[in-house]
Design a protein around this ligand. Structure first.
Ligand code: ADP
Length: 428
């Protein structure tokens, strides 16, 4: 399970890194595109305004010398370098022009008809009406005679190719950015992998230590337990005080032994060293046995322990682990149920060979927010209460581990003050 956590962290790190890179590249592309557009546009616009000034000057000269216009057709040439101009007098009659290309002209005339940009200002207009959009850049200049405006010169340029070029450049930049992003994600993944190696090693060492320590503690604990048993049975010890002390030692050693074996289980499960030993077992009989084991404790609290469901149910499961799971759930149910309560263990056969084990109690219940945490290691709703009853907060973590090993699910339904129901589903 922790190995997955490391993998998840690695993926998360890579994802965050890639997202940051993506945002950075997108901003970069936008900035580059805008600045290219701006510099090209301003350069073209300056040229256009200059040209417009020169044409207006030339036209003014021609108007003052109309004899030069006699062979007007010479002037009305089609423009060759995408540049065109039209001169209209105050009545809107054309005075002179150097025409835009045939396809573009209707659009240009339309733009001139609607023109309301200030003289000397440049505007870029796009023709969306055709499939291949064309774009023109235009400016206007007034033509003066004797201090009065007599006509207007409209000078424009077909800038379609320029914008298309800009678009292509932006697309290639975006393509490069995608490649860079893929590369960055790859590098990020490798680096994140490298970064978590020391973490995995440190975790592994710590896990190994927990496993070794709990393993090593088992022997001395059993020696202490055996000695305490010996003393307990020694007829020469008659003092009630000493008997009490021996009893306390036995209780504490029992708790420690349980804690140590739980720790060992958890450490082994982290190491994926836990293997299932599946064999044909009777789950219903295992439930009956658990009830028999728990009966003395239940009797102490006048809790009735009931068994419902199948009388026999054979399935291929790990016997020892299923018994451990049942014990954890029934033990909890008895622990967290008040005197006179009821605990029911149900073993049910579902469709498709699935087995459902339910352990239901009429106990203290679990609040909604604690329900998500009870399967965490060492989580206890009420630490003092749990410790007092011999709990260490590992029971449900182990229960979940056992169910996961069997490829099943464990869920909890509970209401504070009313009771709790643990539902385990495994495939037999
Ligand atoms: P513990 O050793 O403390 O019982 P567990 O992992 O078995 O540890 O359970 C975690 C916590 O979940 C317990 O401390 C308790 O607060 C809560 N809990 C578990 N089972 C029940 C139950 N049947 N009813 C109410 N609370 C429960």
């Amino acid at each position: 399970m922790p190995i997955n956590v490391f993998q998840q962290s690695r993926q998360k790190l890579t994802l965050y890194y890639s997202l940051i890179m993506a945002v950075f590249l997108i901003v970069l592309i936008i900035v580059v595109h805008q600045s290219m557009e701006w510099s090209m546009e301003s350069e073209q616009a300056r040229e256009l305004v200059d040209t417009a000034g020169r044409i207006a000057g030339g036209q003014e000269y021609l108007m003052q010398h109309p004899e030069l216009l006699e062979d007007a057709d010479d002037w009305r040439m089609e423009s060759s370098d995408r540049l065109f101009f039209y001169v209209f007098d105050n009545e809107g009659e054309p005075v002179n022009f150097s025409r835009a290309s045939e396809q573009l002209e209707p659009f240009v005339l339309d733009v001139i008809g609607k023109w309301n940009t200030d003289p000397g200002e440049v505007d870029v207009v796009t023709d969306y009406s055709r499939r291949r959009q064309s774009r023109i850049m235009m400016t206007s200049q007034p033509m003066m005679a004797d201090g009065e405006q007599v006509a207007t010169v409209y000078v424009g340029k077909d800038v379609t190719a320029m914008y298309n070029g800009l678009e292509k450049a932006t697309y290639s930049l975006a393509g490069l950015a995608v490649l860079a992003l893929a590369l960055a994600a790859g590098v990020g993944h490798v680096l994140a992998g490298e970064a978590i190696v020391p973490l995995i090693e440190a975790y592994e060492k710590q896990r190994q230590f927990a496993a070794d320590a709990s393993h090593e503690l088992r022997t001395p604990l059993s020696v202490v337990m055996a000695s305490a048993d010996l003393l307990d049975n020694d007829p020469s010890i008659t003092s009630p005080f000493l008997k009490q002390v021996i009893g306390d030692v036995r209780d504490e050693v029992k708790k420690m032994t349980k804690l140590v074996s739980d720790l060992l289980f958890v450490a082994r499960s982290d190491n994926q060293a836990l293997k299932l030993k599946r064999s044909k077992i009777d789950v219903a009989a295992a439930a009956d046995q658990t009830i028999r084991l728990m009966q003395p404790l239940a009797d102490k609290k006048q809790i009735s322990l009931l068994r419902e469901g199948e009388a026999a149910l054979v399935a291929k499961l790990d016997e020892q682990k299923i018994k451990q799971l049942l014990l954890i759930l029934v033990d909890n149910a008895v622990k967290y149920t008040m005197e006179g309560g009821k605990v029911t263990v149900r073993v049910l056969l579902l469709a498709a060979g699935k087995i459902r084990i339910e352990v239901e109690d009429t106990g203290i219940g679990i609040s909604k927010e604690d329900k998500t945490k009870i399967f965490d290691r060492f989580f206890r709703v009420d630490k003092a209460r749990s410790r007092e009853m011999g709990g260490n907060g590992l029971g449900l973590a182990i229960a979940q581990e056992i169910v996961t090993l069997h490829g099943g699910t464990i869920n909890v339904e509970s209401e504070l003050g009313k009771g709790t129901k643990f539902i385990v589903t495994v495939k037999g």
